[in-house]
Ligand binder design. Structure first.
Ligand SMILES: Cc1ncc(COP(=O)(O)O)c(C=O)c1O
Length: 459
């Protein structure tokens, strides 16, 4: 019985390899392009091309893409960090673990498991117009699904609120500052955030160099030096915060922009629906599709909504219709099963990474990471620890004030504390990259911590 099963598995495996080879030859050597004796339809041809490229395994350490570089008629593997060779099978031994960027590749396996439901075929003539039939530039179907998603997750109130789409939440951050800044005022509105804060707030506000707003730095320092009667302030409240994962509250009593990029069950328990004047979300940290460049703002006040909408119109005449189609497809998958398949997957991935990270870091006195506090999650209906996107590492030894340099000597690349207007005694490590990236990061941290323990023993 067991032997027969083994033969069956073996035979199936060989047949599947043979089919793959035939499929790839057929695709790239231009043979056939027929099915049951008839030519492929345009969608079958597009699907065959997409599946042919997806079938290139790149040893599991890279990906080939339909729009990637082609060599000898075949798409080339784009290898993950530290892997090389034509099939990404070669690990470069001394390679540093790069935990710098917030690229959310940790969700890639979920989408591979949901390949059938999430794929999109776009015809050559799909929505060529600037606008939809209702003369808007925003898909009402997509808007409906975004509202459904928030209601399923319970993380934001959308009833009676306006929605505006942006090219990532990045575009909406400045659109919101513009919309909230005081017109006809003799002095610019003051834009602030609480240290440590996401660097883009400062960078964008400075870059756009407007007469209507200026970046004034940290809320707490500002409060010490300014009287509360000059309250023309716009405060970014990042909840959960990048870099430390804290559910931030406003410090000043002025206007607020709630940046909810990470307010999803993978990163934090959801204590209840957020209900603020301006709330900004992004697809990047929800489904992991940062490359799609899509975000949305939920706005209470009609005037503010119109200003944000105007900003998007003047900057871009709206968001790509191809992007909106793709986001719609992804959100349909996200809300399947009331969001349980996606958020169970993503929470498990993040909490596993945190369990393994805390186990390594608990053996260290040289490094510490942020404290996490349990909170009731309405979505999962239980009390859970947060599993933030980033570890906010502190170097505890007095002489090690440049934590980035200490980690770099241990072949770990993080993002320095000063990037977040904090001390360089802190470094941010990204935990949302690919599994390969995370494994290498953990390996390098384990070595660093064990060296520390070894040196303690010999002292
Ligand atoms: C707090 C925060 N807000 C906004 C963004 C921008 O996201 P995107 O422009 O990809 O939507 C990021 C990206 O890392 C972020 O960390």
């Amino acid at each position: 019985m067991g032997k027969t099963k083994k033969y069956c598995y073996g035979l199936c495996f060989l047949i599947s390899i043979a089919i793959n080879i035939l499929f790839t030859i057929n695709l790239y050597l231009g043979g056939g392009q027929e099915i049951s004796g008839r030519p492929l339809t345009w969608s079958e041809k597009a699907a065959a091309e997409a599946e042919g490229v997806a079938a290139i395994s790149c040893s599991g350490h890279g990906r080939a893409y339909v729009d990637g570089i082609v060599s000898d008629g075949k798409p080339v593997c784009e290898c993950y960090d530290c892997y090389g060779g034509t099939d990404c099978s070669e690990l470069s031994p001394g390679c540093a673990a790069d935990a710098d960027s917030g690229d959310p590749i940790f969700l890639e396996p979920f989408w591979m498991q949901h390949a059938t439901e999430s794929a999109v075929v776009i015809s050559g003539w799909h929505r060529m117009s600037y606008r939809y039939a209702d003369y808007t530039t925003m898909s009402t179907q997509l808007e409906t699904y975004i509202r459904k998603l928030h209601s399923v997750v319970g993380n934001a109130v959308t009833e009676g609120r306006y929605l505006v789409f942006g090219i990532g939440s990045t575009q909406l951050l400045n659109a919101a500052v513009y919309a909230l800044s005081s017109e006809n005022s003799s002095s610019p509105s003051n834009v602030l955030a609480s240290v440590p804060f996401y660097p883009m707030y400062k960078a964008q506000t400075a870059f756009f160099n407007s007469e209507s707003f200026q970046f004034e730095g940290d809320t707490n320092s500002w409060q010490l030096n300014n009287s509360t009667n000059n309250m023309d302030v716009i405060e970014f409240v990042t909840s959960p915060n990048n870099p430390d994962g804290e559910l931030k509250k406003p410090v000043l009593g002025g206007k607020t922009i709630y940046d909810h990029a990470y307010f999803w069950p993978h990163f934090t328990p959801i204590p209840g629906p957020s209900d603020h004047d301006v709330m900004i979300f992004t697809l990047s940290k929800l489904t992991g599709h940062a490359g799609t460049r899509f975000g949305w703002a939920i706005i209470k006040d009609k005037d503010i909504y119109e200003k944000v909408l105007n900003y998007i119109s003047f900057a871009d005449l709206g968001i790509s219709k191809d992007t909106q189609l793709r986001v719609l497809k992804l959100l349909k998958v996200a809300i399947e099963g009331d969001g349980k398949p996606l958020f169970r997957f993503s929470y498990k991935k993040m909490s596993d990474r945190w369990d393994r990270l805390t186990s390594v870091m608990s053996k260290s006195t040289r490094f510490s990471i942020q404290q996490r506090h349990p909170l009731h999650c309405n979505f999962f209906n239980e009390t859970r620890l947060p599993s933030p996107a980033y570890a906010w590492v502190k170097c505890e030894r007095e002489e090690e004030y440049d934590c980035g340099a200490v980690l770099e000597a241990g072949k770990i690349i993080g993002r320095t504390g000063s990037s977040f207007s904090a001390e360089d005694r802190y470094t941010r490590l990204s935990l949302i990259k690919s599994q390969d990236d995370f494994e290498l990061l953990l390996q390098r941290l384990t070595v660093l911590v064990s060296l520390e323990n070894g040196s303690i023993k010999t002292m």
